[in-house]
Design a protein around this ligand. Structure first.
Ligand code: ADE
Ligand code: ZN
Length: 344
């Protein structure tokens, strides 16, 4: 049971404008949509019902989640499927006052099943364009390489992606972290850097601080996804603070994947106290118990040392850490200031 949260603080957390910078679009696939797409595409699922699928969402670590996550994504075959998945996310994000989203997608999860890269990106890009027009949400796509696959497979994916360069702003690195260190992808990231792509990587979720160091020093990433294990290494914290490297933290994910036993034991307050540029995000909201506002509400309810000032800092950081143009960041920050002034 989550402890109660002050009503005024809850309202502020839910209505403040925010950017979401760590959302795997395949992780927004709700069980209902998985079943609807399975039926539409004639895909057999190893679960009898929505309830049976949801009941399987009891994870012990990252890999136990990834096995189910990749199985869920198997219903995605057509351009319309990718559009419908992303559009469902955007509608949900609008409710949470997300004004900007930088969205991960895992092309190899689909191309390995014979779905063309074009199908994936065209469906996602169409939903992004629609979100701008119909919901006023700006968004960008970030292509993630699956780190359990080879460097060669990552290079092949980059080749497939380059004709669609105008539809994505950067690359990331996700999937099973342990045993797949950043340096495995040094040459791919060097090539992406030459191409002018933004660079991010998951590191320090389950993996050790050394993976964060190497994401910074070998891959030259601009943000660390998760990064919560940085606190084990004071020199690393000093480096992240000195270079203002943002961490895209996902509290509900961390608890569901047993990185922390409880939300009350999450190190978000310590990360903030260390002066790190922390943001709050949903990671895989359909699997981890909630979208971005649920992450804010449960985190603040379980960690009463977090205040209104921290709420402001986290939302402000989400704009600062985004890859959006400075004028957009200034505009959203002004809206954030107004929301806080109105709630004073
Ligand atoms: N892919 C989807 N969610 C992920 C996570 N939390 N860590 C690594 N890879 C992922
Ligand atoms: Zn993630």
């Amino acid at each position: 049971m989550t402890p109660p949260l002050d009503e005024a603080l809850r309202a502020l957390l839910c209505t403040m404008p925010k950017a979401e910078l760590h959302i795997h679009i395949e992780g927004s696939l709700e069980p209902e949509l998985i079943f609807a797409l399975a039926q539409r595409n004639g895909v057999a699922l190893p679960y009898a019902s929505v309830e049976a699928l949801r009941a399987a969402y009891a994870f012990t670590d990252l890999q136990s989640f990834l096995d189910i996550y990749y199985a869920g994504a198997s219903v995605l075959l057509e351009e319309a499927d990718f559009h419908d998945m992303a559009w469902a996310y955007f509608q949900r994000a609008a409710v949470d006052h997300v004004v900007h989203a930088e969205m991960f997608f895992d092309p190899q999860t689909h191309t390995e099943r014979g779905v063309p890269f074009a199908t994936v990106i065209q469906g996602l890009a169409r939903a992004c364009a629609r979100a701008r027009v119909e919901l006023g949400i700006s968004s960008e796509l970030i292509l993630c390489f699956l780190r359990h696959l080879s460097e060669e497979a990552a290079f092949a994916t980059l080749e497939q992606a380059l004709p669609w360069r105008q539809h994505f702003i950067g690359v990331g690195l996700d999937s099973g972290e342990r045993g797949n260190p950043p340096e495995k992808f040094a040459r791919v990231f060097a090539r992406c850097r030459e191409l002018g792509l933004h660079l991010v990587a998951h590191a320090g979720e389950e993996g050790p601080p050394a993976y964060i160091w190497n994401a910074l020093d070998v891959l030259h990433v601009q943000r660390i996804d998760h990064g919560v294990r940085c606190l084990e290494d004071p020199a690393l914290v000093r480096r992240l603070v000195a270079d203002a490297v943002p961490l895209t933290v996902c509290p509900l994910s961390n608890v569901k994947l047993c990185v922390f036993k409880t939300m009350a034991g999450h190190n978000l307050p310590a990360l903030l106290a260390a002066g790190l540029c922390v943001t709050v995000n949903s990671d895989d909201p359909a699997y981890f118990g909630g979208y971005v506002n649920q992450n804010f509400v449960e985190t603040f309810a379980s960690l009463p040392q977090l205040t209104r000032q921290h709420a402001y800092t986290l939302a402000r950081n989400s704009f600062k850490a985004s890859f959006a143009p400075p004028e957009d960041k200034a505009h959203w920050t002004a809206a954030l200031d107004s929301a806080f002034a109105a709630a004073a």
